[in-house]
Design a binder for this molecule. Structure first.
Ligand code: PLP
Length: 392
């Protein structure tokens, strides 16, 4: 039998042991974690909608009308009018023909990729794609070919030497780096090599593009260019769930074939209604996005001036590259001692030797919050000079 205790001990030795913090109260920058007040810079709630009066009000009003539970899967008797309304709303929001509401982004990726690819097909996947994309690829039983991060030329070579059905899948905004995929170039090579392009815009929806409609519309691309768009609703949208958007034919196909859609209980209908309210806030939320941009600019300028290594990101995901697991954990701990919560991200979430602090900013932050983070980073800067840290 496997020795669980030994494996856990090995993880601890390698600085890879993971623990959970206990949060109480709502998700917001002023977070209570393990009973301690901390200023948080690690949630994906980029617009502050996880604790917003408007969608909470909708949820409260919806509950007496819809009840709480989803009751059954969509294909049995769980497909509620509220789900349908949200799908219509999501199609309009993403400027697409139709949409399908999934329970989580993880399930959307697993279900969509495994429905659209199978044995004998080839999936081309960016090296830094999210775990749920990787698992969706594995589940599909298709051949998987990874291409270097954002390396469209390498992808094009691979596409040219491959026959049969081809799929290309990428994060829109990369979750641990914050950079945006070269979507226009990807759309071009997919068109030229007859490959189906799937974009997972978990971190772009609500934040990027006109009225927050995401990275695909930000790149000026349509449903024809990117036939399959996946988005999550638990991040900037501030509620829960996920969606895929594209042609009616595609949704019809997914309802037949996406097992993570078919064999799971429908989300509480009230959550779907609250999500529609979030989308209203997002569409009218240019003030939120411009505040967020100002926070990002302030953070980047300040952290760079302190000599920290940032990544090529203009999104709210602003990682500080550290290197070793121990150095990342030490910096995270030093910030926590100063009342700040910034989680260290270690392998396998990021490549070995690229452990980092994943700073994320939210429209719910004040400028003074960013200044407090910068002041703490200034105090911690000397500890980054230690020789054992892989410091560039
Ligand atoms: C968070 C994330 C997911 C998973 O979405 P959930 O709704 O949280 O399950 C999928 N893809 C990417 C790129 C993500 O960052």
């Amino acid at each position: 039998m496997r020795n669980f205790a030994k494996e856990i001990e090995e993880r601890k030795q390698a600085g890879l042991y993971r623990t959970r913090r206990l949060v109480s109260g709502p998700q917001q920058p002023e977070l209570t974690a393990d009973g301690k007040p901390l200023l948080s810079f690690c949630s994906n709630d980029y617009l502050g909608l996880a604790n917003h009066p408007a969608n909470i009000e909708t949820l409260k009003n919806a509950l007496p009308e819809t009840g709480l539970g989803g009751g059954a899967s969509h294909l049995i008797c769980g497909h509620h009018d509220a789900h349908y309304q949200l799908e219509e709303r999501l199609a309009k929001f993403t400027r697409r023909s139709s949409a399908l509401f999934f329970s989580t982004g993880y399930m959307a990726n697993m279900g969509v990729i495994s429905a659209l690819a199978g044995r004998g097909d080839t999936i081309f996947s960016d090296r830094l794609n999210h775990a749920s994309i990787i698992d969706g690829c594995i589940l599909s039983r298709a051949r998987i070919r990874r291409y270097g991060h954002g390396d469209v030329a390498a992808l094009e070579t691979m596409l040219a030497e491959t026959s049969g059905h081809k799929l290309v899948v990428t994060d829109g905004v990369f979750s641990m780096d914050g950079d945006v995929a070269p979507l226009r170039e990807l759309a071009r090579v997919c068109r030229e090599h007859d490959a189906l392009l799937i974009v997972d815009d978990a971190h772009g929806i609500g934040v990027l593009g006109p009225e927050g409609r995401g990275s695909v519309l930000d790149a000026g691309l349509t449903e024809e260019d990117v036939p399959v768009l996946i988005g999550t609703l638990g991040k900037a949208v501030g509620t829960s769930g996920a969606f895929v958007a594209g042609s009616e034919l595609l949704m019809d196909y997914l309802v037949q074939k996406a097992r993570t859609y078919i064999y799971t209980t429908a989300m509480p209908p009230a959550v779907a209604m609250a999500t529609c309210t979030s989308l209203d806030v997002i569409e009218r939320g240019d003030y939120l996005r411009s505040h967020l941009e100002a926070l990002i600019e302030r953070f980047r300028t300040g952290a760079r001036a302190l000599g920290y290594e940032l990544m090529a990101s203009h999104t709210p995901i602003q990682p500080i590259m550290v290197g070793t697991n121990d150095a990342a954990l030490a910096l995270s701990k030093a910030l926590e001692d100063r009342g700040l919560l910034v989680t260290a991200i270690r392998p396998p979430t990021v490549p070995a030797g690229e452990a980092r602090l994943r700073v994320t900013l939210s429209a719910a932050h004040r400028m003074a919050d960013v200044d407090r983070l910068l002041a703490a980073l200034k105090e911690c800067r000397p500890m980054m000079e230690a020789p054992e840290t892989a410091w560039a």
